[in-house]
Design a protein around this ligand. Sequence first.
Ligand code: MGD
Ligand code: MGD
Ligand code: SF4
Ligand code: MO
Length: 738
Amino acid sequence: MTETSPANTTTTTHHRICPLCEACCGLEIKVSGGHVTRISGHADDVFSQGYICPKGAALKDLHEDPDRLRQPLIKRNGQFEPASWEEAYAEIEQRLQAVQARHGRHSVAAVAGNPSAHKIGLMLYYPRLLKALGTRNIFSAATLDQMPRHVVSGLMYGHWMSVPVPDLTRTDWLLVLGANPVASNGSMWTVPDFRGKAKALQARGGKLIVIDPRRSETAALADEHHFIRPGADVFLLLGMLHTVFKSGLARAGAAEGLIGSLDELRQAVAPFAPEVVAERCGLPAETIARLATELASTPRAVLYGRIGTCTQDFGSLSTWLIDLLNLLTGHLDQVGGSMFPKAAAFAANTAGPAGQGRGVKLGRFSSRVSAAPEVMGELPISCLAEEIDTPGEGAVRALITIATNPVLSAPNGERLSKALGQLDFMVSLDIYLNETTRHADVILPAPSPLEDLHYDVPFPQLSWRNHARYSAPIFQRPAGQPAEWQSLLRLAAIAQGAQGSQDSQTLDDQYFADELKRLPAELADAARAASGHLLGPDRLLDLALRGGPYKLSLDQVRAAPAGLDLGELQPRLPELLRTPDGRIDLTPPALMQDLQRATAALHEPAPALTLIGRRDVRSNNSWMHNLPILAKGPERCTLLVHPSDAQRLGLQDGSQARLSRSDRPATALLVPVQLSAAMMPGVVSLPHGWGHDQAGTRLNLAAERPGVNLNALLDEQRRDPLSGNSVLSGVAVNLVAA
Ligand SMILES: Nc1nc2c(c(=O)[nH]1)N[C@H]1C(S)=C(S)[C@@H](COP(=O)(O)OP(=O)(O)OC[C@H]3O[C@@H](n4cnc5c(=O)[nH]c(N)nc54)[C@H](O)[C@@H]3O)O[C@H]1N2
Ligand SMILES: Nc1nc2c(c(=O)[nH]1)N[C@H]1C(S)=C(S)[C@@H](COP(=O)(O)OP(=O)(O)OC[C@H]3O[C@@H](n4cnc5c(=O)[nH]c(N)nc54)[C@H](O)[C@@H]3O)O[C@H]1N2
Ligand code: SF4
Ligand SMILES: [Mo]
C-alpha cells in the first residue's frame, strides 16, 4: 500500500481489478508522490489480457474528484453540515431506533444499487444489515435490470445465480438480443474485450447476429443485424421455438435425461408460428425460421439476451425462451454453447450436495400497496415510492440507501423524490451528494475504490472463463474513514438496538463466529484455525475460497497479481442443479401461465413512436458524469430519431423537441434531437441516468451539462408481473417540435 505523502516520489506499480463495470478488467496503476500517474490495462492479467475502456482510466478522476464526499454529513435545519463519524452514528442511532420503536421493523426500508455488486465489503456485509433490520421492505436495482434472469435461473436450475453464459471463444454462431456489449462491456456475462473476441469468432468463420431496434455499436460489428419492434422479443423467440419443434430439430443434448416430456411445451408454442408472429416482431417469417434453423443446425451456437429483453413487459418469458432455445437445440452446457461458470468462492451452485437442492420459492410475501410478490427476498424498487407515500399501517418511514440513485435510475423519479422528502429519517452510504442522497438526513461517505481491497463476488459466477483475482488497496484510507463493511457493521448494530460506540473488530468477530455456525463443527474448527487471523472481507473470502470448488486460499490468490486462471468453462450438468428433484424444469407453471399474457398481446398494433434507452461507453448509469475524462466530448444525452420520423414530425438535427409518454402527455422532457439512420423507423432512443439539474446536489461538473431524466417519463406501475422488473423500454411516446 502506498502512503499518500507527496514526499514519496518513487513510482510504484499496482495491479487492480476495475470495480466500475461487469467486465472486471485487470488494470495497471502507476503511483508517484501519492498520486495516480497512469492507468492502463494489465497485459498479463489472466482474465482480461490488457483490455481497458475509458471508464477504467477515469478511476484517477474518481479518486481525485473534489466533489466526492470525504466526511459524514448531517442535515440540520435543511442544510448539510460536516460531522465526525461518531456524531453521524449517534444521529442514526437516535433517529433510526426511534422509528423502529414507534412503527416496527418493517417501517425501515433498505435499497442497494449497482455499485454494491462490485464491492466485496458491501456484498458480504449488507446481508448482515438486512438481517439486523428484519424488514420486508428490501429493494434493489435488480428490479430495474436482471430480475427476470434470476427468476428463470431459479425456476429452471434451482438457484438464482445459476446463469449460463455464451462460451464466446469456442462458439461459431452467436445471436445477441437486447444487449450492446461493445458499449456496455457485457452484463450478466463478464467478458472484457467483447469486440476482440467477437472479431476472433468472425475470423474463424463464425457469425455474429444482433437483434435490436437500433443498429447499435455491437450491431455495427455484426454479420447480420435485424430490427425488432421494442418489446416483441417474446414473439420472435416463440416463433423460433415453434420452428425448432416443427422441423423436428429439438434435442436436449447435455440435458438429456434431466428434462420431462416436451409435449406440453410443444403444444404451448403451437399458436406462434413465424408467419403468425412476424408482423408483431417486425421481422420477416423466413428470417425467424432461418435463425432457428441456423441455431439448431450449427454444432457450436448460442443465443444471448440481456437488458433489452429483461426491462420489458415479457422479461421473464423472454429470458426463459432464450434458455429453452439454447437447451432444445442441444447447446446448453455444451462447449461453444451456453455454459455455466464455476466460481472459486461464494457460488451457491458449488455448495452443498451436488445435483440437488432446495430450489427457489417466489412470492413468499407481497408488497403492501400493490401486492407485488417478493422475488429473491426483495420487492420491486418501483414500489418504493408508494410504500412511503401511501399512508397507513406498515408504511415505510425510514430508509437506508446503499450505493444507489433511484431518483434518476428508477421510473417516475419525481414521485420517489417527493416521497423521500416525506420520510422521518433517511441515511445514505454513498460517495456523492446527488439527486437521491440530498434527501438523506445523514450521509456516510464510502472510501475511494483505490483505498479498498477488491475481489468480485458475483462476476466470477458469470465469467467467460474461470478465474480468481484479488487486489489489495493502493492507498491507505484517510484517518478515521471506515471501510464500507465497517460502516455496515455499525449500521447493523444500531438496527439491532445497540447504544453508544461499538468496536468494529468485536462486531466483525461476532459476524465471523456466526458464519462459522453454519458449518459442521469440525469444518468450523478448521476454518477458524485457517482464516481466524484475518480481518473483515479478507477473512470471509479466505473461508469461501477454502470451502470452494478449487480449495484455494486467500494467500494463493493474493500471491498471483495477474490472477489465477482456472481454465475454460466446463460442462456442469447435472452437478450444477439445485432443484429439489435434481432435474431441469422446462415448464415452470408460473412461466407457462404467463404465456397467456403474451397470447393476449400478440396482435397489439405498433404505436406511432416507441421509446427505448441506450448506453454510452463514457457513462455509467447515473453516476460518472462528474469525472472530467468522461464528461468531455459531445453531448451524450440526446434523443436519436430516424430521419424519416424527423421529417414527418418536422424536426431537424440539433433542434429541441418535447418528448412525453402517450398515456401521460402532461409530463414532458425538452430533448435535443439527433438524427440517426441507425434507429428503426418509429423508434427513438434516449439514455438514462441524466437530469443533474436538481437543487441541493454537489456534482459541479455534471451540473454543467445535466441532460434530462428519461425515468421522469416512465411509469413506475409497469412491471413484468413475475419478476417485478420495471418496464424501461418499449414505451409509446409523443414527440413534437419545441
Ligand atoms: N430508463 C432506464 N433506467 C435504468 C436503466 C435503463 O436501462 N433504462 N438501467 C437500470 C440498471 S441496469 C441499473 S443497474 C440501475 C442502476 O441504478 P442505481 O444502482 O440506483 O444507480 P447508479 O446510477 O448506478 O448509482 C450508483 C450510486 O452509487 C454511488 N456510488 C458509486 N460508487 C460507490 C461506492 O463505491 N460506494 C458507495 N457506497 N456508493 C457508490 C453513486 O454515487 C450513486 O449514488 O439503473 C437502472 N435504470
Ligand atoms: N458504458 C456503460 N456500460 C455499462 C453501463 C452504462 O450505463 N454505461 N451500465 C451497466 C449496467 S448496470 C448494465 S445492467 C449493463 C447492461 O448491458 P447491456 O444489456 O448490454 O445494455 P445496453 O447497452 O443498454 O444494451 C441494450 C440494447 O437493447 C436494445 N433494446 C432496447 N429495447 C429492446 C427490445 O425490446 N428488444 C431488443 N431485442 N433490444 C432492445 C437497445 O437498443 C440496446 O442496444 O451495462 C453495464 N455497463
Ligand atoms: S470495461 Fe468495465 S471493468 Fe473494464 S476498464 Fe472499462 S469500466 Fe473498467
Ligand atoms: Mo444494471
